[in-house]
Design a protein around this ligand. Structure first.
Ligand code: PHE
Length: 360
């Protein structure tokens, strides 16, 4: 074998045995790099006599170009192999079944809002919405609470800086859901039958108070709506919500600026060994505020008080959820504790409806 044949077989083998691009580069340098074996032979041609050079030069140049071809081929093979390996390792089997662990659950507050909405929808109430940041007028003035009214103090209001500058009084985080009734009544006029569930804000914090909580307020205005209708609606609501045959309510005279007369409503119940039973027993539990809408409120919304009148009520949603589902501390509602949610949460696909049983 001539020395050129040996060079050819050694270097071609090195190229074909390279397992990755780094090894291939190594083989290339050893043959064709500045200090590579073949480069040295090529350089040596310059010092040879013409006869010998004529013999060796074509063979060496052919070897060089063959080797370059082999290197390019091997490089393409290695890239393809690497791509195949990557595709293999990143394969996703879309036919695998899902993982049942870590299924989300519905928060008891959301569940309770769904339940309350289902009950009132069944009695012909629509759902009204409004902004969390309210004007002072919607949250207070229109509800018969003028700027100097003492009831303003009781609301522990959060004020929001107004960026308009021109506005005389700052906006507020709504302290109750009544401003949504003002908006619905102004927009829709009478007759009207709506509930407004949502977040409300007051600066307060202990076992039964959080700075943000939930209320649902109801409003029914028509030509001949009376307190008797209010009582029936609330009794029906309690029966349906607590899923009992009988719910007895007690109306206690009270005062709210936006209703006249006003009543706080208690529900007959019993507490035995920490368990609440609704509809029987000797205890009374306060569950809501209500009354006949004050004529000043109706007038602020452009309603003719000679023709229309009606009732309004406001219920704490979190409190309802605590009572129905035996949850002792309100603050836990807003701690985003997954274990708590797993324990008290509801299945996402069980949408509450009266015909299927509210809270199966
Ligand atoms: N807006 C009252 C509150 O949050 C509740 C209420 C509504 C009372 C409607 C009576 C009538 O304090």
């Amino acid at each position: 074998m001539s020395d050129i044949d040996r060079l050819r077989s050694d270097h071609l083998r090195a190229v074909s045995e390279a397992r990755d691009e780094a090894a291939l580069e190594q083989a290339r340098l050893q043959a064709l790099g500045r200090k590579g074996e073949i480069s040295k032979h090529l350089r040596a041609l310059g010092g040879m006599d013409p006869g010998e050079r004529k013999l060796r030069a074509p063979a060496l140049n052919r070897l060089k170009s063959d080797l370059q071809g082999a290197i390019a081929l091997r490089k393409r093979q290695l890239i393809e192999q690497a791509l195949d390996a990557q595709i293999e390792s990143e394969v996703v089997d879309v036919t695998l079944p899902g993982r049942p662990r870590r299924q989300g659950s519905v928060h008891p507050v959301s569940q309770t809002i769904e339940e309350v909405s289902a009950i009132f929808a069944d009695m012909g109430f629509g759902i009204a919405e409004g902004p969390d940041i309210e004007t002072d007028w919607h949250n207070f003035d229109a509800l018969n609470i003028p700027p100097d009214h003492p009831a303003r103090q009781e609301h522990d209001t959060f004020f929001v800086r107004s960026f308009k500058g021109r506005q005389e009084r700052p906006n507020v985080l709504r302290t109750h859901m009544s401003p949504v009734q003002i908006r619905a009544l102004t927009a829709q006029g009478a007759p009207i039958r709506v509930i407004a569930p949502g977040r409300v804000y007051r600066c307060d914090y202990d076992q039964t108070h959080t700075p943000m909580f939930h209320q649902v307020e109801g409003l029914a205005i028509d030509r001949d709506v009376t307190m008797a209708n209010l009582k029936w609606v609330l009794e029906e609501f309690c029966r349906a919500f607590f899923e009992v045959e009988q719910a007895e309510l007690r109306f206690r005279a009270s005062h709210f600026p936006f209703t006249e007369p006003s009543a706080e409503v208690d529900l007959r119940c019993s507490w035995k060994e920490g368990k609440l039973t609704v509809g029987e027993g000797d205890d009374w539990m306060e569950i809501l505020g209500s009354g006949m809408v004050h004529p000043n409120v109706l007038e602020a919304c452009g309603i003719d008080t000679d023709v229309h009148q009606g009732f309004a009520f406001g219920i704490g949603i979190d409190r309802l959820a605590m009572l129905k589902y035996g949850i002792p501390d309100l603050r836990d509602f807003f701690d985003s504790n997954l274990e708590w949610l797993e324990h008290y949460g509801f299945l996402p696909l069980d949408v509450p409806a009266l015909h299927s049983g509210l809270s199966r």
